[in-house]
Design a protein around this ligand. Structure first.
Ligand code: ADP
Ligand code: MG
Length: 606
C-alpha cells in the first residue's frame, strides 16, 4: 500500500500557516501589508484580547471583485508577481500569496470587499479553512478583514501564545513599524475599544515620528546624512549619541520599505554608533535603506522579516559610514551653541572675584598637579612626541588674578561659555548661549584621552610589552582563520601573536597599557568582540576597544579637584573632540538645559 499521500488543501494551509502566522501580530502585519499594497490611504485596526479573540483591519484601498476575492483565499494566489523573474524586482510588501489562506485556515475569518466602481461588494466567511458563506455585501469601497478565535482549531499553537498584554504589545510594535514605514497612510489603532493612536496621513517621516512618539524624542534625533554610495541610499532619523534604549524596540530599519530585523543590520548599527553607545544598550533608529531590488533577496523567510543581501559587506559599510557621518555632524550643533558668546557675566562687578570664590575650586597645593596626565605620558613612553595637551597647566601658570572678572573677562570677549562652578566635585556647571550646561568632568576627560590616544595609535602604532612567559593557545578552526587573516593588524595593535601549528598560536607580547595576565583568554575575548565587526572597518577598531577600556582608569576621577584653568581647558578640549557629547563607553559627557526649559520650569512661559 502506498504510504505517501497528498495533503488535503486545508491541512497544507494549516501547515503553511505555522510559518506565516506565528501570533496575532503576524495576522495584523499581513493584513496591514495587504492594505498598503492595495493603495490604502487610511487603515483602521481594532483588536480585542491581544488579538487572540478578534482582529479587524479596514482599508480604503482598491478592493476586489468576487472572483478575485475567492481566489485570494487560495494558496499561492497573488496579484503581485507572475514569474520568478518578478521576484527580482518586487515592489510590493506581499508576493507569496500565502497570508490570507493561512490566516483563514486557523481562525474564523470574514472578508468583505468592494471595488470603488462596483455597485455591490462581496462577503466571504471561512471557518478553519472551509468556505461557509459567499454573498453580496454592501460595504464601503475597500476591504475589511475580521479574524476571530485565532488558532481555535490548532490547540498546539494556542499554547504558544503569550499573555494578552504581551500579544497586544507585539501588535502595537508591529503597527509602529508599519506607521513609520508608511507615513503617507493614515492609521488608527484601537485596543479593546480604547483608541491607542490616530495618525493622520503626512508626507514626512518627521511628522510621523512626532505624531507617534512626541516632540521630545524628535528633538533628540538627527537626520541621516546620505552616504555617497550610489548603489545604496540611506536616509531617515537616528538618535543622537547618548540616546539609547534597553531593548531593540526603537531600532527600526527598513530595506526597500520593508521592516527588517537581522544580525547584520544590528551589527552595522552597533558598529556605526560604536563609542556613542553604552554596552548592552540599543540605539534609536528610523533608518531607511534603498537598494536595487535585484541586490536583495526578500524571499528568505515566509514572514519576510529577513533579507539576504548580495553584497552584505557593502551594505554594512554604507550603514556604518552614514551613521558615523551623521553622529559627527551633530557635533557642529553642539559647537554652535558654544560659539555664540555667553551672556555677559552680570553678577560680577569689576574687582570682585567671581569664579575663584566658588568653594570647589581647589587652591594650588605644593606644586603637584592633581591631574594624572603626565603619568599617562610616561606609561605610553611617548615623551617628546606630540604631548597630550589636556588640562594640566604647570602650577605656576595658576594665578589668582586670572579669575578676576575685570581685565580677564574683557580680554575674552569671544568666550563661548562661562564656568560657574563645580557641583559635587564632579559636575562642571557652565553657562552658554543656550542656557545651563552640566559636564561630567570624568566622562569628559575619558573622551578627550580616548580621542588623543586613538590619534596617536593611528600615527605611530601601539608600543607593546613582552609577556614574562610566552603562551600558546588553541582555537576552533573559524577563530583560527580569523586570527590568521588579521595577524598584521594585531601586531600593529601591539599584540605579538604568531601561528604555532594548525589552529594553535603563540602570544608573546601585549600592548603596554593593558593589564592582562592571561594572554590566551584575552585573545579569545578579543576575537569574540571583534569577529562580528566589519572586516573592512578600520583595523584601528581593535585598538579603540582596548583604549576605551583602559582610558577610564586614567581619566580624572570624580573627586579629583581641578582648578579653574584646568576645567576651562578640559571644556575646550572636549569641544574639539569628534564626539564630544559622550564618553568612549557611550555615557553622556554633557547635559544642556536650555533657557527655554528653565523658563518653562519656573512657570515664566507655558
Ligand atoms: P500576497 O499579499 O502575498 O499576494 P495574500 O494572501 O496576502 O498574498 O493576498 C492574496 C491576494 O489578495 C493579494 O495578492 C491581493 O491581490 C489580494 N488582497 C489581499 N488583501 C487585499 C486588500 N486589503 N485589498 C485588496 N486586495 C487584497
Ligand atoms: Mg499579503
Amino acid at each position: 500500500m502506498s504510504r505517501i499521500r497528498l495533503l488535503p488543501e486545508t491541512v497544507a494551509s494549516q501547515v503553511a500557516a505555522g510559518e506565516v502566522v506565528e501570533r496575532p501580530a503576524s495576522v495584523v502585519k499581513e493584513l496591514v501589508e495587504n492594505s498598503i499594497d492595495a493603495g490604502a490611504r487610511k487603515i483602521e485596526i481594532l483588536i480585542r484580547r491581544g488579538g487572540i479573540s478578534f482582529v479587524r483591519v479596514i482599508d480604503d484601498g482598491c478592493g476586489m471583485d468576487r472572483d478575485d476575492a475567492l481566489l485570494s483565499l487560495e494558496r499561492h494566489a497573488t496579484s503581485k508577481i507572475r514569474s520568478v523573474a518578478d521576484l527580482e524586482a518586487v515592489g510590493t510588501l506581499g508576493f507569496r500569496g500565502e497570508a490570507l489562506p493561512s490566516i483563514a485556515s486557523v481562525s474564523r475569518f470574514r472578508l468583505t470587499t468592494r471595488e470603488p466602481v462596483a455597485v455591490a461588494g462581496t462577503e466571504i466567511v471561512v471557518n478553519g479553512g472551509k468556505i461557509d458563506v459567499v454573498r453580496d455585501g454592501g460595504e464601503a469601497p475597500g476591504t475589511q478583514v475580521e479574524v476571530r478565535s485565532l488558532f481555535y482549531n490548532v490547540p498546539a499553537r494556542r499554547k504558544f501564545l503569550r499573555a494578552e498584554n504581551t500579544e497586544s504589545r507585539n501588535i502595537e510594535h508591529q503597527l509602529h513599524l508599519q506607521a513609520i514605514g508608511h507615513p503617507q497612510v493614515a492609521f488608527t489603532f484601537a485596543r479593546d475599544d480604547r483608541m491607542i493612536f490616530q495618525l493622520p496621513a503626512t508626507t514626512t517621516l518627521t511628522d510621523r515620528i512626532r505624531d507617534l512618539y512626541g516632540t521630545e524624542l524628535l528633538g533628540r534625533l538627527l537626520p541621516v546624512n546620505d552616504g555617497d554610495s550610489s548603489a545604496i541610499r540611506i536616509s531617515g532619523m537616528i538618535g543622537r549619541a547618548g540616546l539609547s534604549r534597553q531593548t531593540r524596540s526603537q531600532q527600526l530599519v527598513f530595506v526597500n520599505g520593508r521592516a527588517i530585523e537581522s544580525p547584520l543590520l544590528t551589527g552595522a548599527l552597533r558598529e556605526g554608533y560604536h563609542t556613542a553607545l553604552m554596552k548592552g544598550q540599543y540605539p534609536v533608529t528610523f533608518l531607511f535603506i534603498e537598494i536595487d531590488p535585484g541586490a536583495v533577496d526578500v524571499n528568505v523567510h515566509p514572514a519576510k522579516r529577513e533579507v539576504r543581501f548580495r553584497d552584505p559587506n557593502g551594505v554594512r559599510e554604507a550603514i556604518v559610514r552614514a551613521l558615523q557621518e551623521t553622529l559627527a555632524s551633530s557635533r557642529e550643533d553642539w559647537q554652535e551653541k558654544f560659539r555664540a558668546p555667553a551672556p555677559a557675566f552680570t553678577g560680577a562687578t569689576a574687582g570682585q572675584p567671581v569664579v575663584p570664590q566658588r568653594p570647589s575650586f581647589s587652591e594650588p597645593k605644593g606644586g603637584s598637579p592633581p591631574c594624572e596626565l603626565p603619568e599617562l605620558e610616561r606609561e605610553f613612553a611617548l615623551r617628546g612626541q606630540r604631548s597630550i595637551e589636556t588640562a594640566t597647566p604647570a602650577p605656576e601658570v595658576f594665578r589668582r588674578e586670572q579669575f578676576e572678572p575685570g581685565e580677564d573677562f574683557k580680554s575674552r570677549a569671544d568666550q563661548q561659555f562661562q564656568i560657574i562652578g563645580i557641583l559635587n566635585k564632579l559636575y562642571v556647571l557652565m553657562e552658554n548661549a543656550d542656557g545651563l550646561v552640566l559636564v561630567d568632568q570624568h566622562a569628559a576627560h575619558e573622551r578627550i584621552l580616548f580621542e588623543e590616544l586613538r590619534r596617536r595609535m593611528e600615527e605611530q602604532g601601539v608600543p607593546s610589552q613582552k609577556l614574562l612567559i610566552t603562551q600558546t593557545f588553541e582555537l576552533v578552526p573559524r577563530d583560527a582563520d580569523w586570527i590568521e587573516q588579521n595577524i598584521a593588524v594585531l601586531q600593529k595593535m601591539g599584540i605579538g601573536v604568531e601561528s604555532f601549528g594548525p589552529n594553535t598560536f603563540k602570544i608573546d607580547s601585549l600592548p603596554g597599557f593593558l593589564n592582562v595576565t592571561d594572554g590566551a583568554q584575552f585573545m579569545r575575548k578579543v576575537i569574540d568582540d571583534l569577529k562580528s565587526a566589519s572586516d573592512r572597518s578600520s583595523p584601528l577598531r581593535l585598538g579603540e576597544e582596548m583604549i576605551a577600556k583602559t582610558v577610564c582608569r586614567h581619566a580624572v576621577k570624580a573627586n579629583d579637584p581641578l582648578r579653574y584653568l584646568e576645567v576651562e581647558k578640559l571644556i575646550r578640549d572636549l569641544l574639539d573632540c569628534d564626539l564630544p557629547y559622550c564618553c568612549p563607553h557611550g555615557r553622556p559627557t554633557m547635559i544642556q538645559i536650555s533657557n527655554a526649559e528653565l523658563e518653562k520650569k519656573f512657570g515664566r512661559k507655558v
